[in-house]
Design a binder for this molecule. Structure first.
Ligand SMILES: Cc1ncc(COP(=O)(O)O)c(C=O)c1O
Length: 383
């Protein structure tokens, strides 16, 4: 994957938006810890900055970098992934509008639609994003957007981005792709027809479990401008230190993803041969229903692996507690491997909804530890 001028992904990750500091030559973007900027006379801005909610050089560098990595025209960053989603939805929707959402969306995304935007008069229909016809059938005259997450959290469902872009175009609705699980290193939704990409930068982009953040990247300037207006008007911006952490994390995104994907393949293969495991959900397995589509639209199959335990819910909970190299905790995409029980943890908010996740499911985020240590940990914990 390269930029329009042929520059490789890893070169962009290290250099786009990150020219050495013009004053000192510092190779890293400085952390501009300032809320305001001195003016030379009223309205006399020295370099375009007036107040850090509206703009900050460290944040600008990250936003430029994200736009370059996703192949978009405008990147915007936020205090969390959900803040990014909220800004996007309240920019593009009005009361009475309808959205088609994944029937296996991240629990927090579902909660935003059901508990926040619902009260604001927005309706939604969950549909299986791996079934393009079902998505097209869920579109109504009130539909303004189609929201997709691929691979999905935590069921690792795969949606055909190019096919869904066709559905969105035919219905004249905005097409949003949450690219958090893949990262722009593995998948570039804008090139496949998406209008805007969403990220929780908390995950692979930050990559070290030390920051919470979110981002949007727009394919077109007009939408980018509207989002930028709302980013400032709504105000959920990240601080400069958080932006610096994400900038630093992104420099190693490619090498981290390569290692994580390679170890995920070993873990998925080992687990699929284990008697205690009823099903392994990882798009790299030939048996995964989305394997062919994922192979077409992703560079590799990702570092997230979910498993369903043959003995049911208690076995899933026990596995979470029995691992020692994997840390039991929410989130994903960091250097350390994490394990969690979605039904009781990250996806508790979809309990009792059409998006409820199976209670026998365990989600693994494969980090960068020595692969054999992770395999041994799983083998011992499964017994
Ligand atoms: C796919 C996906 N999208 C969005 C979010 C929300 O991001 P944040 O936790 O940074 O608000 C998450 C968080 O887990 C996620 O997994």
């Amino acid at each position: 994957m390269t930029s329009a001028d042929g520059t490789g992904f890893d070169t962009l990750a290290i250099h786009a938006g990150q020219e050495p500091d013009p004053r000192t030559g510092a190779v890293n973007v400085p952390i501009y810890a300032t809320s305001t900027y001195a003016q030379d006379g009223v309205g006399g801005l020295r370099s375009g900055y007036e107040y850090s909610r509206s703009g900050n050089p460290t944040r600008d560098a990250l936003e430029t970098l994200l736009a370059a990595l996703e192949g978009g025209v405008r990147g915007l960053t936020f205090a969390s992934g959900l803040a990014a989603e909220d800004c996007l939805l309240r920019t593009i929707l009005a009361p009475g509008d309808h959205v088609v959402i994944p029937d296996d969306a991240y629990g927090g995304t579902y909660r935003l639609f059901a508990q926040v935007l619902g009260r604001w008069g927005v309706t939604f229909t969950p549909a299986s994003m791996s079934d393009t016809d079902a998505v097209a059938a869920a579109v109504t005259p009130q539909t303004k957007a189609l929201w997709c997450e691929t691979p999905s959290n935590p069921l690792l469902g795969i949606a055909d981005i190019a096919a869904l872009a066709g559905v969105a175009r035919a219905a004249d609705v905005l097409f949003v792709v949450d690219n958090t699980f893949a990262s722009p290193y593995l998948q570039q939704p804008l090139a496949l027809g998406a209008d805007v990409v969403v990220h929780s930068t908390t995950k692979y982009l930050g990559g070290h479990s030390d920051v919470v953040g979110g981002a949007l990247v727009a394919a077109e300037a007009e939408l980018g401008d509207r989002l930028a207006y709302h980013q400032n008007a709504m105000g959920a911006v990240p601080g400069p230190f958080d932006c610096f952490l994400v900038l630093r994390g992104i420099k190693t995104l490619g090498v981290r993803m390569d290692r994580s994907c390679a170890t995920a393949r070993l873990v998925a293969t080992m687990l699929s041969q284990h008697d205690a495991v009823a099903e392994v959900l990882w798009p790299g397995l030939a048996t995964h229903p989305g394997h062919e589509v994922a192979g077409r639209q992703m560079r590799d199959f990702g570092g997230m692996v979910s498993v369903r335990l043959a003995a049911g819910e208690q076995a899933a909970v026990d596995l979470c507690g029995a691992l020692s190299v994997f840390t039991l905790g929410e989130s994903l995409g960091g250097v350390e491997s994490l394990v969690e029980h979605p039904a009781r943890m990250t996806h508790a908010s979809v309990s009792g909804s059409p998006l409820e996740v199976p209670a026998d499911l365990v989600r693994l985020s494969i980090g960068l530890e020595t692969a054999d240590d992770l395999l041994d940990d799983l083998a011992k914990a499964l017994g």
